[in-house]
Design a binder for this molecule. Structure first.
Ligand code: HEM
Length: 490
Protein backbone atom coordinates (compact mmCIF):
# COMPACT_ATOMS: atom_id res chain seq x y z
CA UNK A 1 0.00 0.00 0.00
CA UNK A 2 2.98 2.36 0.50
CA UNK A 3 3.30 2.32 -3.30
CA UNK A 4 -0.30 3.39 -3.79
CA UNK A 5 -0.40 5.98 -1.01
CA UNK A 6 1.36 8.83 -2.89
CA UNK A 7 -0.88 8.19 -5.89
CA UNK A 8 -3.95 8.34 -3.68
CA UNK A 9 -2.75 11.57 -2.10
CA UNK A 10 -2.07 13.12 -5.51
CA UNK A 11 -5.52 12.08 -6.67
CA UNK A 12 -7.09 13.59 -3.54
CA UNK A 13 -5.29 16.89 -3.94
CA UNK A 14 -6.21 17.00 -7.65
CA UNK A 15 -9.85 16.36 -6.76
CA UNK A 16 -9.75 18.99 -4.00
CA UNK A 17 -8.34 21.59 -6.42
CA UNK A 18 -11.05 20.79 -8.95
CA UNK A 19 -13.81 20.83 -6.33
CA UNK A 20 -12.78 24.30 -5.22
CA UNK A 21 -13.57 25.63 -8.72
CA UNK A 22 -17.29 26.31 -9.30
CA UNK A 23 -18.91 24.38 -12.17
CA UNK A 24 -21.18 26.04 -14.72
CA UNK A 25 -23.49 23.86 -16.81
CA UNK A 26 -24.39 20.25 -16.01
CA UNK A 27 -22.94 18.53 -12.92
CA UNK A 28 -23.15 15.01 -11.53
CA UNK A 29 -23.46 11.69 -13.34
CA UNK A 30 -23.15 11.96 -17.14
CA UNK A 31 -22.19 15.63 -16.79
CA UNK A 32 -19.40 15.09 -19.36
CA UNK A 33 -21.82 13.82 -22.02
CA UNK A 34 -24.53 16.37 -21.33
CA UNK A 35 -21.98 19.13 -20.82
CA UNK A 36 -20.34 18.43 -24.17
CA UNK A 37 -23.69 18.45 -25.93
CA UNK A 38 -24.77 21.67 -24.23
CA UNK A 39 -21.41 23.31 -24.91
CA UNK A 40 -21.82 22.41 -28.56
CA UNK A 41 -25.33 23.87 -28.76
CA UNK A 42 -25.34 26.65 -26.11
CA UNK A 43 -21.74 27.66 -25.44
CA UNK A 44 -22.53 31.35 -25.49
CA UNK A 45 -25.15 31.14 -22.72
CA UNK A 46 -22.98 28.89 -20.56
CA UNK A 47 -19.93 31.12 -20.94
CA UNK A 48 -21.92 34.31 -20.33
CA UNK A 49 -23.47 32.85 -17.18
CA UNK A 50 -20.08 31.71 -15.92
CA UNK A 51 -18.42 35.00 -16.79
CA UNK A 52 -20.99 37.07 -14.89
CA UNK A 53 -20.89 34.80 -11.85
CA UNK A 54 -17.09 34.78 -11.91
CA UNK A 55 -17.08 38.56 -11.68
CA UNK A 56 -19.88 39.03 -9.18
CA UNK A 57 -20.05 35.90 -7.08
CA UNK A 58 -17.18 33.49 -7.32
CA UNK A 59 -14.25 34.06 -4.99
CA UNK A 60 -11.55 33.31 -7.55
CA UNK A 61 -12.79 34.60 -10.89
CA UNK A 62 -12.56 31.20 -12.55
CA UNK A 63 -15.12 28.53 -13.33
CA UNK A 64 -15.15 25.13 -14.95
CA UNK A 65 -17.20 23.32 -17.57
CA UNK A 66 -17.42 19.52 -17.87
CA UNK A 67 -16.64 18.16 -21.33
CA UNK A 68 -16.60 14.55 -22.51
CA UNK A 69 -13.17 13.58 -21.23
CA UNK A 70 -11.83 16.71 -19.58
CA UNK A 71 -12.52 19.88 -17.68
CA UNK A 72 -12.21 23.25 -19.32
CA UNK A 73 -11.49 26.14 -17.01
CA UNK A 74 -12.21 29.74 -17.95
CA UNK A 75 -10.02 32.49 -16.51
CA UNK A 76 -11.60 35.95 -16.36
CA UNK A 77 -10.29 39.45 -15.79
CA UNK A 78 -7.03 41.08 -16.80
CA UNK A 79 -4.85 39.71 -14.02
CA UNK A 80 -5.61 36.03 -14.66
CA UNK A 81 -5.40 36.57 -18.42
CA UNK A 82 -1.96 38.09 -17.94
CA UNK A 83 -0.81 35.20 -15.71
CA UNK A 84 -2.04 32.71 -18.30
CA UNK A 85 -0.26 34.39 -21.20
CA UNK A 86 2.99 34.91 -19.27
CA UNK A 87 3.24 31.39 -17.88
CA UNK A 88 6.13 29.26 -19.19
CA UNK A 89 5.36 26.55 -21.75
CA UNK A 90 6.40 23.76 -19.42
CA UNK A 91 3.60 24.78 -17.03
CA UNK A 92 0.86 26.02 -19.36
CA UNK A 93 1.36 24.67 -22.86
CA UNK A 94 -0.14 26.37 -25.88
CA UNK A 95 1.07 23.67 -28.25
CA UNK A 96 -0.54 20.86 -26.25
CA UNK A 97 -3.79 22.80 -26.08
CA UNK A 98 -3.72 23.48 -29.83
CA UNK A 99 -3.02 19.81 -30.48
CA UNK A 100 -6.11 18.97 -28.45
CA UNK A 101 -8.45 21.69 -29.72
CA UNK A 102 -7.52 21.10 -33.36
CA UNK A 103 -6.93 17.34 -32.93
CA UNK A 104 -3.85 17.92 -35.11
CA UNK A 105 -2.86 14.28 -35.02
CA UNK A 106 -5.89 13.52 -37.21
CA UNK A 107 -6.58 16.84 -38.92
CA UNK A 108 -3.01 17.92 -39.83
CA UNK A 109 0.05 16.04 -38.66
CA UNK A 110 1.88 15.57 -35.40
CA UNK A 111 5.00 17.06 -37.00
CA UNK A 112 3.57 20.58 -36.87
CA UNK A 113 3.33 20.48 -33.09
CA UNK A 114 6.47 18.47 -32.41
CA UNK A 115 8.80 20.93 -34.20
CA UNK A 116 6.84 24.11 -34.83
CA UNK A 117 9.67 25.94 -36.63
CA UNK A 118 7.16 27.35 -39.12
CA UNK A 119 5.89 29.67 -36.34
CA UNK A 120 9.21 31.53 -36.37
CA UNK A 121 9.08 31.71 -40.17
CA UNK A 122 5.77 33.55 -39.88
CA UNK A 123 7.16 35.75 -37.12
CA UNK A 124 10.40 36.80 -38.83
CA UNK A 125 11.03 36.40 -42.58
CA UNK A 126 7.35 36.61 -43.47
CA UNK A 127 6.71 39.73 -41.39
CA UNK A 128 9.94 41.35 -42.60
CA UNK A 129 8.83 40.93 -46.21
CA UNK A 130 5.46 42.67 -45.93
CA UNK A 131 6.84 45.98 -47.24
CA UNK A 132 8.79 44.47 -50.17
CA UNK A 133 5.88 42.31 -51.28
CA UNK A 134 3.13 44.84 -50.63
CA UNK A 135 2.80 45.99 -54.27
CA UNK A 136 2.02 42.40 -55.27
CA UNK A 137 -0.48 41.96 -52.44
CA UNK A 138 -2.19 45.17 -53.54
CA UNK A 139 -2.21 43.97 -57.17
CA UNK A 140 -3.92 40.75 -56.07
CA UNK A 141 -6.51 42.62 -54.00
CA UNK A 142 -7.49 44.67 -57.05
CA UNK A 143 -7.56 41.69 -59.38
CA UNK A 144 -9.46 39.41 -56.93
CA UNK A 145 -12.18 42.04 -56.46
CA UNK A 146 -12.42 42.66 -60.20
CA UNK A 147 -12.90 38.92 -60.79
CA UNK A 148 -15.33 38.24 -57.94
CA UNK A 149 -17.26 41.52 -57.84
CA UNK A 150 -16.86 43.28 -61.22
CA UNK A 151 -17.94 46.82 -60.21
CA UNK A 152 -21.68 46.87 -61.06
CA UNK A 153 -23.52 50.05 -62.11
CA UNK A 154 -26.43 49.15 -59.89
CA UNK A 155 -26.69 47.33 -56.55
CA UNK A 156 -25.95 43.61 -56.62
CA UNK A 157 -26.19 41.19 -53.71
CA UNK A 158 -22.95 39.49 -52.76
CA UNK A 159 -22.80 36.49 -50.38
CA UNK A 160 -20.39 38.07 -47.91
CA UNK A 161 -19.00 34.99 -46.19
CA UNK A 162 -18.25 32.98 -49.30
CA UNK A 163 -16.76 35.84 -51.29
CA UNK A 164 -14.64 37.08 -48.40
CA UNK A 165 -13.03 33.64 -48.07
CA UNK A 166 -12.34 33.58 -51.81
CA UNK A 167 -10.77 37.03 -51.84
CA UNK A 168 -8.73 36.44 -48.68
CA UNK A 169 -7.58 33.09 -50.10
CA UNK A 170 -6.22 34.74 -53.22
CA UNK A 171 -4.57 37.66 -51.43
CA UNK A 172 -2.89 35.45 -48.85
CA UNK A 173 -1.69 33.05 -51.52
CA UNK A 174 -0.19 35.79 -53.68
CA UNK A 175 1.99 36.56 -50.67
CA UNK A 176 2.67 32.92 -49.75
CA UNK A 177 3.17 31.17 -53.11
CA UNK A 178 2.87 33.90 -55.76
CA UNK A 179 1.62 33.72 -59.34
CA UNK A 180 0.34 31.59 -61.01
CA UNK A 181 -0.53 29.17 -58.17
CA UNK A 182 -2.36 31.86 -56.16
CA UNK A 183 -5.01 32.00 -58.89
CA UNK A 184 -5.30 28.27 -59.47
CA UNK A 185 -8.90 27.39 -58.68
CA UNK A 186 -8.15 23.86 -57.46
CA UNK A 187 -5.43 25.09 -55.11
CA UNK A 188 -7.68 27.84 -53.72
CA UNK A 189 -10.66 25.58 -53.28
CA UNK A 190 -8.50 23.01 -51.53
CA UNK A 191 -7.09 25.61 -49.16
CA UNK A 192 -10.30 27.36 -48.23
CA UNK A 193 -12.13 24.06 -47.73
CA UNK A 194 -9.26 22.53 -45.81
CA UNK A 195 -9.15 25.49 -43.40
CA UNK A 196 -12.82 25.05 -42.59
CA UNK A 197 -12.65 21.24 -42.49
CA UNK A 198 -9.86 21.21 -39.91
CA UNK A 199 -12.00 23.16 -37.47
CA UNK A 200 -15.20 21.22 -38.12
CA UNK A 201 -13.53 17.78 -38.01
CA UNK A 202 -11.72 18.73 -34.80
CA UNK A 203 -14.94 19.92 -33.19
CA UNK A 204 -16.65 16.62 -34.02
CA UNK A 205 -13.69 14.43 -32.99
CA UNK A 206 -13.70 16.29 -29.68
CA UNK A 207 -17.25 15.09 -29.05
CA UNK A 208 -15.90 11.55 -28.69
CA UNK A 209 -14.31 10.17 -25.51
CA UNK A 210 -10.52 9.64 -25.61
CA UNK A 211 -10.64 5.91 -26.43
CA UNK A 212 -12.87 6.49 -29.48
CA UNK A 213 -10.93 9.48 -30.82
CA UNK A 214 -8.48 7.41 -32.93
CA UNK A 215 -11.39 5.73 -34.70
CA UNK A 216 -13.39 8.93 -35.08
CA UNK A 217 -10.20 10.65 -36.23
CA UNK A 218 -9.59 8.11 -38.99
CA UNK A 219 -13.09 8.46 -40.42
CA UNK A 220 -13.76 12.14 -39.87
CA UNK A 221 -10.86 13.74 -41.65
CA UNK A 222 -10.15 14.27 -45.30
CA UNK A 223 -6.57 15.09 -44.48
CA UNK A 224 -4.95 12.30 -46.56
CA UNK A 225 -6.80 13.29 -49.74
CA UNK A 226 -6.16 17.00 -49.14
CA UNK A 227 -2.47 16.27 -48.62
CA UNK A 228 -2.36 14.38 -51.89
CA UNK A 229 -4.07 17.19 -53.73
CA UNK A 230 -1.78 19.82 -52.19
CA UNK A 231 1.26 17.71 -53.05
CA UNK A 232 0.28 17.66 -56.73
CA UNK A 233 0.49 21.46 -56.75
CA UNK A 234 3.51 21.96 -54.52
CA UNK A 235 5.81 19.00 -55.22
CA UNK A 236 7.05 20.27 -58.62
CA UNK A 237 7.84 23.69 -57.14
CA UNK A 238 9.60 22.32 -54.05
CA UNK A 239 11.58 19.79 -56.10
CA UNK A 240 12.71 22.47 -58.52
CA UNK A 241 13.95 24.65 -55.65
CA UNK A 242 15.82 21.77 -54.05
CA UNK A 243 17.40 21.00 -57.44
CA UNK A 244 18.53 24.64 -57.80
CA UNK A 245 20.13 24.59 -54.36
CA UNK A 246 21.97 21.44 -55.38
CA UNK A 247 22.97 22.81 -58.78
CA UNK A 248 24.39 26.08 -57.37
CA UNK A 249 25.65 24.52 -54.14
CA UNK A 250 24.05 27.31 -52.10
CA UNK A 251 20.70 28.29 -50.68
CA UNK A 252 21.13 31.73 -52.24
CA UNK A 253 20.89 30.87 -55.92
CA UNK A 254 20.17 33.60 -58.48
CA UNK A 255 16.55 34.73 -58.85
CA UNK A 256 15.34 32.65 -55.97
CA UNK A 257 11.67 33.58 -55.38
CA UNK A 258 11.02 35.58 -52.20
CA UNK A 259 8.06 33.59 -50.87
CA UNK A 260 6.91 31.25 -48.11
CA UNK A 261 8.40 28.17 -49.77
CA UNK A 262 11.85 29.80 -49.85
CA UNK A 263 11.54 31.14 -46.29
CA UNK A 264 10.71 27.64 -45.07
CA UNK A 265 13.53 26.03 -47.07
CA UNK A 266 16.01 28.54 -45.62
CA UNK A 267 15.35 27.15 -42.13
CA UNK A 268 14.22 23.56 -42.63
CA UNK A 269 16.58 20.85 -41.39
CA UNK A 270 16.95 17.17 -42.38
CA UNK A 271 13.54 15.48 -42.67
CA UNK A 272 11.89 18.91 -42.70
CA UNK A 273 13.37 19.34 -46.18
CA UNK A 274 11.06 16.72 -47.65
CA UNK A 275 8.06 17.47 -49.87
CA UNK A 276 5.61 15.89 -47.42
CA UNK A 277 6.85 17.85 -44.39
CA UNK A 278 6.90 21.13 -46.30
CA UNK A 279 3.42 20.56 -47.73
CA UNK A 280 2.07 19.94 -44.22
CA UNK A 281 3.65 23.16 -42.89
CA UNK A 282 2.29 25.21 -45.78
CA UNK A 283 -1.20 23.81 -45.18
CA UNK A 284 -0.91 24.52 -41.44
CA UNK A 285 0.03 28.15 -42.13
CA UNK A 286 -2.79 28.44 -44.68
CA UNK A 287 -5.25 27.21 -42.04
CA UNK A 288 -4.02 29.83 -39.55
CA UNK A 289 -4.15 32.57 -42.18
CA UNK A 290 -7.36 31.75 -44.05
CA UNK A 291 -9.62 30.61 -41.26
CA UNK A 292 -10.05 34.10 -39.97
CA UNK A 293 -13.38 35.75 -40.21
CA UNK A 294 -12.01 39.22 -39.54
CA UNK A 295 -12.47 40.50 -43.08
CA UNK A 296 -16.04 39.22 -43.35
CA UNK A 297 -16.94 40.83 -40.01
CA UNK A 298 -15.36 44.10 -41.15
CA UNK A 299 -17.34 44.00 -44.41
CA UNK A 300 -20.64 43.59 -42.54
CA UNK A 301 -19.75 46.44 -40.17
CA UNK A 302 -18.72 48.73 -43.02
CA UNK A 303 -22.02 48.09 -44.79
CA UNK A 304 -23.91 48.67 -41.52
CA UNK A 305 -22.23 52.01 -40.74
CA UNK A 306 -22.56 54.44 -43.66
CA UNK A 307 -21.49 57.29 -41.35
CA UNK A 308 -17.89 56.02 -41.29
CA UNK A 309 -17.49 56.00 -45.07
CA UNK A 310 -16.73 59.69 -45.69
CA UNK A 311 -14.08 60.07 -42.96
CA UNK A 312 -12.42 56.80 -43.99
CA UNK A 313 -12.35 57.76 -47.67
CA UNK A 314 -10.90 61.14 -46.87
CA UNK A 315 -8.12 59.57 -44.82
CA UNK A 316 -7.30 56.91 -47.40
CA UNK A 317 -7.21 59.39 -50.29
CA UNK A 318 -4.90 61.70 -48.36
CA UNK A 319 -2.34 59.05 -47.38
CA UNK A 320 -2.37 57.32 -50.77
CA UNK A 321 -1.72 60.64 -52.47
CA UNK A 322 1.25 61.16 -50.21
CA UNK A 323 2.71 57.63 -50.05
CA UNK A 324 1.08 55.57 -52.83
CA UNK A 325 -0.37 52.10 -52.17
CA UNK A 326 2.43 51.03 -49.85
CA UNK A 327 2.76 49.42 -46.47
CA UNK A 328 3.76 52.81 -45.14
CA UNK A 329 0.52 54.35 -46.42
CA UNK A 330 -1.57 51.61 -44.85
CA UNK A 331 0.12 52.12 -41.49
CA UNK A 332 -0.85 55.79 -41.64
CA UNK A 333 -4.54 54.90 -42.02
CA UNK A 334 -5.38 55.45 -38.37
CA UNK A 335 -9.13 55.78 -38.64
CA UNK A 336 -9.24 52.60 -40.70
CA UNK A 337 -7.06 50.90 -38.09
CA UNK A 338 -9.51 51.93 -35.39
CA UNK A 339 -12.45 50.66 -37.44
CA UNK A 340 -10.75 47.27 -37.88
CA UNK A 341 -9.73 47.00 -34.24
CA UNK A 342 -13.27 47.86 -33.12
CA UNK A 343 -14.56 45.14 -35.47
CA UNK A 344 -12.18 42.63 -33.89
CA UNK A 345 -13.14 43.72 -30.39
CA UNK A 346 -16.84 43.77 -31.11
CA UNK A 347 -17.22 40.60 -33.13
CA UNK A 348 -13.94 38.76 -32.85
CA UNK A 349 -12.45 36.35 -30.46
CA UNK A 350 -15.09 33.78 -29.72
CA UNK A 351 -15.77 32.19 -26.38
CA UNK A 352 -12.81 29.91 -25.78
CA UNK A 353 -9.43 31.09 -27.02
CA UNK A 354 -5.81 31.38 -25.89
CA UNK A 355 -6.13 27.84 -24.64
CA UNK A 356 -3.42 26.30 -22.51
CA UNK A 357 -3.00 22.73 -21.33
CA UNK A 358 -1.98 22.63 -17.68
CA UNK A 359 1.12 20.41 -17.51
CA UNK A 360 1.94 21.08 -13.83
CA UNK A 361 -0.42 22.30 -11.10
CA UNK A 362 -0.51 26.04 -11.69
CA UNK A 363 -1.06 28.87 -9.22
CA UNK A 364 -2.30 32.25 -10.41
CA UNK A 365 -0.96 35.39 -8.76
CA UNK A 366 -4.07 35.66 -6.58
CA UNK A 367 -3.36 32.20 -5.14
CA UNK A 368 -5.97 30.27 -7.16
CA UNK A 369 -4.61 26.87 -8.16
CA UNK A 370 -5.61 24.68 -11.11
CA UNK A 371 -4.53 21.05 -11.36
CA UNK A 372 -2.44 19.42 -14.09
CA UNK A 373 -4.46 17.84 -16.89
CA UNK A 374 -7.14 20.47 -17.36
CA UNK A 375 -7.32 23.00 -20.18
CA UNK A 376 -7.59 26.72 -19.40
CA UNK A 377 -8.92 29.28 -21.84
CA UNK A 378 -10.26 32.80 -22.03
CA UNK A 379 -13.77 33.86 -23.06
CA UNK A 380 -12.56 36.60 -25.40
CA UNK A 381 -16.01 37.72 -26.51
CA UNK A 382 -17.12 38.25 -22.89
CA UNK A 383 -13.76 39.84 -22.01
CA UNK A 384 -14.13 42.33 -24.87
CA UNK A 385 -17.70 43.17 -23.76
CA UNK A 386 -16.85 43.67 -20.08
CA UNK A 387 -17.55 47.15 -18.77
CA UNK A 388 -14.39 46.93 -16.72
CA UNK A 389 -12.57 47.01 -20.08
CA UNK A 390 -14.65 49.33 -22.27
CA UNK A 391 -17.28 52.05 -21.96
CA UNK A 392 -20.51 51.04 -23.72
CA UNK A 393 -19.04 47.70 -24.82
CA UNK A 394 -22.13 46.70 -26.79
CA UNK A 395 -21.94 49.83 -28.95
CA UNK A 396 -19.94 49.60 -32.17
CA UNK A 397 -17.86 52.76 -32.00
CA UNK A 398 -15.71 52.78 -35.15
CA UNK A 399 -13.39 55.56 -33.98
CA UNK A 400 -13.11 54.47 -30.35
CA UNK A 401 -9.41 53.64 -30.68
CA UNK A 402 -8.66 56.57 -33.00
CA UNK A 403 -9.93 58.91 -30.30
CA UNK A 404 -7.87 57.08 -27.68
CA UNK A 405 -4.75 57.45 -29.84
CA UNK A 406 -5.36 61.19 -30.08
CA UNK A 407 -4.89 61.51 -26.33
CA UNK A 408 -1.62 62.99 -25.11
CA UNK A 409 1.24 60.47 -25.32
CA UNK A 410 -0.89 57.60 -26.64
CA UNK A 411 -0.40 57.96 -30.38
CA UNK A 412 1.41 54.66 -30.83
CA UNK A 413 -0.87 52.76 -28.45
CA UNK A 414 -4.29 51.22 -29.19
CA UNK A 415 -3.32 49.85 -32.64
CA UNK A 416 -4.85 46.71 -34.11
CA UNK A 417 -1.47 44.96 -34.08
CA UNK A 418 -0.70 45.80 -30.44
CA UNK A 419 -1.91 43.13 -28.03
CA UNK A 420 -3.06 44.53 -24.68
CA UNK A 421 -4.75 43.06 -21.64
CA UNK A 422 -8.07 44.56 -22.67
CA UNK A 423 -7.65 43.43 -26.30
CA UNK A 424 -6.78 39.78 -26.78
CA UNK A 425 -7.98 39.00 -30.30
CA UNK A 426 -4.40 38.05 -31.22
CA UNK A 427 -3.53 36.68 -27.79
CA UNK A 428 -0.80 38.33 -25.81
CA UNK A 429 2.78 37.74 -24.68
CA UNK A 430 5.10 35.11 -26.12
CA UNK A 431 2.46 33.32 -28.18
CA UNK A 432 0.70 36.40 -29.52
CA UNK A 433 -0.26 35.69 -33.13
CA UNK A 434 2.92 36.02 -35.23
CA UNK A 435 0.81 36.49 -38.38
CA UNK A 436 -1.01 39.57 -37.07
CA UNK A 437 1.22 42.10 -38.86
CA UNK A 438 0.49 40.57 -42.23
CA UNK A 439 -3.19 40.01 -41.36
CA UNK A 440 -3.71 43.65 -40.40
CA UNK A 441 -1.98 45.12 -43.48
CA UNK A 442 -3.86 42.72 -45.71
CA UNK A 443 -7.30 43.37 -44.20
CA UNK A 444 -6.78 47.13 -44.10
CA UNK A 445 -5.73 46.90 -47.77
CA UNK A 446 -8.92 44.98 -48.60
CA UNK A 447 -11.26 47.41 -46.83
CA UNK A 448 -9.45 50.43 -48.27
CA UNK A 449 -9.93 49.02 -51.75
CA UNK A 450 -13.66 48.54 -51.16
CA UNK A 451 -13.96 52.12 -49.94
CA UNK A 452 -12.14 53.49 -52.99
CA UNK A 453 -14.00 51.41 -55.59
CA UNK A 454 -17.48 50.52 -54.31
CA UNK A 455 -20.48 51.69 -52.34
CA UNK A 456 -21.75 49.02 -49.95
CA UNK A 457 -24.89 48.65 -47.86
CA UNK A 458 -27.03 46.09 -46.10
CA UNK A 459 -30.53 45.32 -47.17
CA UNK A 460 -32.00 45.02 -43.72
CA UNK A 461 -31.88 48.62 -42.43
CA UNK A 462 -28.24 48.44 -41.60
CA UNK A 463 -28.60 45.56 -39.15
CA UNK A 464 -25.64 43.17 -39.30
CA UNK A 465 -26.96 39.65 -40.04
CA UNK A 466 -26.92 37.57 -36.84
CA UNK A 467 -23.64 36.03 -35.74
CA UNK A 468 -23.43 32.26 -35.65
CA UNK A 469 -22.09 30.46 -32.63
CA UNK A 470 -20.61 27.07 -33.46
CA UNK A 471 -19.77 25.60 -30.08
CA UNK A 472 -17.60 28.26 -28.46
CA UNK A 473 -16.55 29.85 -31.74
CA UNK A 474 -18.33 32.98 -32.88
CA UNK A 475 -18.57 33.50 -36.62
CA UNK A 476 -20.15 36.07 -38.90
CA UNK A 477 -23.36 35.08 -40.67
CA UNK A 478 -22.59 32.50 -43.36
CA UNK A 479 -25.75 33.37 -45.30
CA UNK A 480 -25.84 37.17 -45.06
CA UNK A 481 -25.49 39.39 -48.12
CA UNK A 482 -23.88 42.76 -48.68
CA UNK A 483 -25.00 44.96 -51.56
CA UNK A 484 -22.23 46.36 -53.77
CA UNK A 485 -22.26 48.90 -56.56
CA UNK A 486 -19.55 50.84 -58.36
CA UNK A 487 -18.63 53.89 -56.30
CA UNK A 488 -20.61 56.97 -57.25
CA UNK A 489 -19.34 60.46 -56.61
CA UNK A 490 -20.91 61.65 -53.36
C1 HEM B 1 -7.30 38.45 -38.16
C2 HEM B 1 -6.60 37.37 -38.34
C3 HEM B 1 -5.99 36.53 -37.24
C4 HEM B 1 -6.41 36.36 -35.93
C5 HEM B 1 -7.62 36.98 -35.23
C6 HEM B 1 -5.44 35.46 -35.31
C7 HEM B 1 -5.51 35.06 -33.99
C8 HEM B 1 -4.58 34.23 -33.37
C9 HEM B 1 -4.64 33.83 -31.97
C10 HEM B 1 -5.72 34.23 -30.96
C11 HEM B 1 -3.59 33.01 -31.74
C12 HEM B 1 -3.26 32.26 -30.43
C13 HEM B 1 -2.63 33.15 -29.39
C14 HEM B 1 -2.55 32.49 -28.02
O1 HEM B 1 -3.04 31.37 -27.82
O2 HEM B 1 -2.03 33.12 -27.09
C15 HEM B 1 -2.85 32.88 -32.99
C16 HEM B 1 -1.73 32.12 -33.17
C17 HEM B 1 -1.10 31.94 -34.38
N1 HEM B 1 -1.40 32.57 -35.57
FE1 HEM B 1 -2.87 33.92 -35.88
N2 HEM B 1 -4.49 35.10 -36.23
C18 HEM B 1 -4.78 35.74 -37.42
C19 HEM B 1 -4.07 35.67 -38.61
C20 HEM B 1 -2.95 34.90 -38.80
C21 HEM B 1 -2.19 34.82 -40.04
C22 HEM B 1 -2.48 35.63 -41.30
C23 HEM B 1 -1.19 33.91 -39.83
C24 HEM B 1 -0.11 33.44 -40.77
C25 HEM B 1 0.40 34.15 -41.73
C26 HEM B 1 -1.31 33.43 -38.45
C27 HEM B 1 -0.46 32.51 -37.87
C28 HEM B 1 -0.52 32.13 -36.53
C29 HEM B 1 0.39 31.14 -35.94
C30 HEM B 1 1.52 30.40 -36.67
C31 HEM B 1 0.03 31.04 -34.58
C32 HEM B 1 0.69 30.13 -33.50
C33 HEM B 1 1.65 30.96 -32.65
C34 HEM B 1 2.47 30.14 -31.63
O3 HEM B 1 2.43 28.90 -31.69
O4 HEM B 1 3.15 30.75 -30.78
N3 HEM B 1 -2.38 34.05 -37.86
N4 HEM B 1 -3.48 33.65 -33.96
Amino acid sequence: SWVLLPKFQAWRSHAAMLNAIPTVGPTGLLSGCIGTYRFFTNAREILQEGYEKAILQYPNRIFKIALMDRWVIIATGRMLVQDLMKAPDNELSMIDAAAETLQVEYTLSKAVVVHPYHVSIVRTPMTRNIATRFAEVRDEIVSAFTDHIPPPDDWVKVPAYKVSFQIVGRTVNRFFVGLPLCRNSDWLELNTNFAVEVFISAMIINLFPAFLKPIAGRFLTRMPSSMKRATQHLAPIIEERLAKEYEYGTKDWPEKPNDLISWLLDEAQDEQRTVSDLVTRILAIEVAAIHTTAFCNALYQLAAHPEVVAPLREEIEAVVEESGWTKEAVSKMRKLDSFLKETLRFSGGGGLVNNRKVLKDFTFSDGTTVPAGVTIGVAAYMHHHDEAQYDNPYTFDAFRFYNMRNREGESIKHQTISPALDYITFGNGRHACPGRFFAVYEIKGLIAHILMSYDVKLENDGVVPPYEWHGPSMDPSSTGEVLFRKRRPS
